[in-house]
Design a protein around this ligand. Structure first.
Ligand SMILES: O=C(O)[C@H](O)[C@H](O)COP(=O)(O)O
Length: 370
């Protein structure tokens, strides 16, 4: 029997864990659990395993899987040096993140420039999430400028724009991993130096806090040199800077990738890799996401109201702002992420066809007719 210690908030872990395992759940707010009996650990981004926090992994621990696309909470070199195999759920939430970005863009345009086009959008980081963003933007005929130097090195078919071209865009959206070392370090990639002399209409960060220098971002906004910014991620999560949040057009608690579909994908992907690593024969257990139909017949809608019914982005925004004066806002930020029901991706939602005819944007987001 393989002993697996897993974060209690890994979505549907009890349903998806391969049957040939013994599962124990831990509460990540209590720190790194006792792993002395564990062969494998399944975690989320809230548990940071570094040389300082986790200097001596038990010898029995052979596999660590993170149910996330990002892996900046894991010190690969240290953990692999201890003989541990690492796995992630890279791409699990690409569609969810793309839908967050497009939703935020539509809400912003409705309020700030309903009659104008978006202009050029620079996508920084064109991995799984960035590519899904580009796909969805192309449904809306939006002109994208792609920037990803590490991808350029490993993918001969990828032709990126120059730094200058991307910095000349009207809007930037970030999908690069956070890294502090190496030739492609992204820490504070957008800083005062790159912001100087530019006049972006909007900047969106749904990647990792720290990829943008958020204090520089706020300063440029307050000075009127940036039109708006939208942040889903923060430099000191689970804490967040109240002033930075106050000035944001939309501020959410790191939930861009929080859809039912993405979270099931994440848990499935690491369970499958765990099963393959320990040669368990079969992968994750079966789990079907039920269909969801939204009955939206009796209200007068505009686009913002309709989006608000289908996607909780503005609800999260309000809930985050309500935490601003609370001394325990970090704990409450974490609770918001753990306790709110997951949204359904648009492509898994159905609404009346009359509404889709009236609001073509909702159809372009992927919602299907009943
Ligand atoms: O890296 C990812 O997949 C996303 O940032 C995701 O939202 C992280 O989710 P968490 O592990 O914090 O629940």
């Amino acid at each position: 029997m393989i002993h697996v210690s897993a974060d209690q908030n890994l979505y549907k872990i009890k349903e998806l864990i391969p049957p040939q395992t013994e599962l124990s759940l831990y509460d990540p707010s209590q720190g790194i659990p006792d792993l002395s009996q564990a062969d494998a650990m399944l975690l989320r981004t809230v548990t940071h395993l570094t040389e300082e926090s986790f200097p001596n992994p038990p010898a029995t621990l052979k596999f660590i899987g993170t149910g996330s696309s990002g892996t900046d909470h894991l010190d690969n070199e240290h953990l692999e040096g201890k003989g541990i195999t690492l796995a992630s759920s890279n791409g699990c939430n690409a569609r969810a993140v793309a839908e967050y970005v497009m939703t935020a863009l539509l809400l912003w345009k409705e309020k700030k420039q309903p009659k104008e086009s978006f202009g050029k959008i620079g996508v920084i980081g064109v991995g799984k999430a960035g590519s899904a963003v580009v796909d969805l933007l192309s449904n809306f005929d939006i002109d994208c400028v792609l920037y990803d130097p590490p991808r350029q090195q490993r993918d001969p078919d990828f032709t990126p724009a120059s730094l200058q071209e991307v910095l000349d865009c009207d809007i930037l959206t970030f999908h690069a991993p956070l890294s502090k070392k190496g030739p492609h370090a992204t820490y504070h990639w957008l800083d005062e130096e790159k912001l100087a002399g530019k006049s972006f209409k909007l900047i969106i960060n749904a990647a990792r806090g720290g990829v943008i220098d958020e204090l520089a971002l706020m300063k440029y906004y307050v000075e009127g040199k940036i039109g708006d910014y939208i942040l889903d991620v923060w430099e000191r999560e689970p804490d967040f800077n109240t002033e930075v949040a106050k000035h944001a057009f939309i501020a959410t608690p790191h939930i861009a990738g929080y859809s039912e579909q993405a979270k099931v994908n994440a848990t499935k992907m690491i369970c499958d890799q765990l099963a393959a690593f320990f040669e368990l024969g079969s992968g994750s257990a079966d789990y079907e996401i039920p269909e969801r139909i939204e009955d939206l017949a009796h209200i007068q809608y505009d686009l913002t109201k309709l989006i608000t019914r289908l996607n909780p982005i503005l609800g999260y925004d309000k809930a985050l702002r309500d935490l601003s004066d609370r001394p325990d806002k970090g704990v409450l930020f974490r609770n918001l992420r753990n306790e709110w029901p997951l949204r359904y991706e648009y492509a898994s939602l159905k609404i009346r066809k009359e509404l889709l005819r009236e609001f073509k944007e909702i159809h372009m987001l992927g919602v299907q007719p009943i």
